[in-house]
Design a protein around this ligand. Structure first.
Ligand code: SAH
Ligand code: F3S
Length: 483
């Protein structure tokens, strides 16, 4: 459980680093805020700039170029970036030739305004314009500011092989869709990331093959809305209706893509995020049931348990439809783990709406949750048409009630694992003890256990002996048959 979304937990405010390429002499300091998609985009950016003579550095003071990949999802996320820019400003006094660029959602949202508002910034690049970085960096090196925030109908970076940054060598992200067409009224993503498009399945399979050759063991397929994946030869999802009959007949949907990945790489573990309830089909659940190597965990954000709120948010399903989906999931895969995103205090939310959220949580008993107070974002329909009328202290109290209930449910769920033997992929050394490893079971629950003779990247069977609401504690009983 955490207060940040699963797509938002990755290595915040930390220099992203990788192996050095011989002959590259320029130094790039790159850091990534926000979602896993941003993290994966930073890996794409590092790959593009490696070809331009850049190696990553962990020292801001040495950098020729500083890039920060930014998040706009809530106001606080943007404030964090502004503070970071002040830090760069201070460093520039020691390192006056250093150039600073902003990437990602804030770059897309603020565009040229960034250059005026933050004097430290030399370069502004939106999420679909990273291929233009070699030209833009050249401009900046010549002493001119550079901006490219053009959103694309086609860009998927399908042919760029990402440089893995701060990798544990075991798990990696592979992006499969970009953009979002859903227009939830509170959300800035459709404006910063553009319309939805899917990546060619062949390029996805090739990237996974290359990860397997490098000994990676777990792939997380990424998209704002993975279940909406649809490859019909390229182009925007919204234009599928105009595609040729042949393109329609040979199109690949998400269940098919998952099946292709799991069949072709039986030793690789697959995860994915995020699933939008309205697009999640039973085919996907059946595909998950069919393959042992697809993890039994779905991040299924609902945002609210109230039909009034779901409607105001422009979520395309009702509370009842969501509950039916959850029933079907548990019917097909009883051991499935589910997680939520919730927004407390959206425009017009009443005490009854809030109670409906708590009651829905009681019904599902989510394993994990990522919970937020509503934060109005400029340009969204909610900002334009609705009143942010729930007082801050009420938002805070409701959020706390949601968090407290989630904590109870998380403990209830971890307790269900006690006494069981579960397959775990070893991801690294426990933060709290260097004598213990950490890994996750298929449900995504973290397990800590003594190292013994095992090594990172092994699949082991762990007997679960104890738990907290967030972590299982156990002992290895041997290798699993997946090694
Ligand atoms: N489909 C995306 C959602 C991205 S935003 C995904 O891959 O998860 C992640 C979460 O941030 C949302 O599910 C929502 O709960 C939260 N969020 C988005 N906009 C918000 C806002 N304006 N205020 C508070 N929380 C917000
Ligand atoms: Fe945002 Fe809704 Fe898309 S939360 S990312 S508009 S599914």
């Amino acid at each position: 459980m955490g207060s940040e979304s699963i797509i938002e937990e990755k290595k915040q405010g930390q220099a992203l680093h990788t192996e050095q390429i011989k002959g590259n002499s320029k130094k790039l300091f790159i850091e990534s805020y926000g979602c896993q998609m941003n993290m994966n985009d930073s890996e794409i950016v590092a790959a593009i700039l490696a070809k331009e003579g850049f190696n990553t550095t962990q020292n801001l003071e040495d950098a020729d170029l500083v890039l920060v990949n930014t998040c706009s999802i809530r106001e606080k996320a943007e404030q964090t970036i502004r503070k970071r820019l002040q830090k760069y400003n201070a460093v520039k006094k020691i390192n006056p030739t250093m150039k600073v660029g902003v990437l990602g959602c804030m770059a897309e949202r603020l565009k040229e305004k960034f250059l005026e508002e933050e004097k430290i910034v030399d370069l502004v690049v939106g999420p679909d314009a990273y291929r233009d970085l070699p030209n833009l960096v050249e401009e900046v090196e010549a002493g001119r500011n550079a901006v490219n925030v053009i959103l694309s109908k086609e860009e998927t970076y399908g042919d760029v092989s990402p440089v893995r940054l701060n990798s544990n060598g075991v798990s990696a992200f592979v992006s499969i869709t970009r953009g979002c067409d859903n227009m939830c009224t509170f959300c800035v993503v459709p404006f910063t990331r553009g319309r939805e498009r899917s990546r060619d399945p062949q390029s996805i399979l090739e990237e996974i093959r290359s990860m397997q050759e490098q000994n990676f063991k777990e792939i997380t397929l990424l998209g704002q809305n993975v279940d909406s994946y649809l490859w019909y030869g390229g182009g925007l999802k919204k234009d599928f209706k105009n595609a040729s009959e042949i393109a329609k007949a040979t199109a690949v949907d998400y269940a098919q893509l998952l099946d292709m990945c799991a069949t072709e790489f039986p030793k690789m573990r697959f995860r994915f995020a995020t699933s939008n309830p309205q697009d999640m089909s039973l085919d996907v659940i059946h595909t998950m049931a069919k393959h042992k190597n697809i993890c039994k965990y779905i991040h299924l954000p609902v945002q609210s348990g109230s039909n009034n709120m779901l409607k105001a948010m422009n979520r395309q399903h009702t509370r009842e439809e969501y509950m039916k989906l959850v029933d079907n999931i548990f019917k097909i895969i009883p051991e499935m783990a589910l997680s939520q995103d919730m927004i407390a205090g959206f425009c017009g939310e009443t005490e009854q709406d809030h109670q409906d959220t708590l009651a829905l949580m009681e019904y599902v008993k989510y394993d994990f949750g990522f919970m937020f107070a509503y934060s109005e974002r400029p340009g969204t329909l909610a900002a334009k048409k609705m009143k942010d009328d729930v007082p801050a202290d009420v938002k805070k109290r409701r959020l706390q009630e949601i968090i407290n209930l989630q904590q109870e449910h998380a403990l209830y769920r971890t307790q269900q694992h006690l006494g069981k033997i579960e397959e775990v992929l070893i991801e690294g050394v426990s933060k709290k003890s260097d004598k213990h490893y950490k890994g996750r079971n298929t449900q995504n629950t973290v397990i800590i256990f003594p190292k013994e003779h095992y090594k990172i990247g092994d699949f082991v069977n762990i007997k679960v002996e104890d738990c907290t609401s967030a972590t299982l504690i156990g002992t290895a009983v041997g290798y699993s048959d997946n090694n």
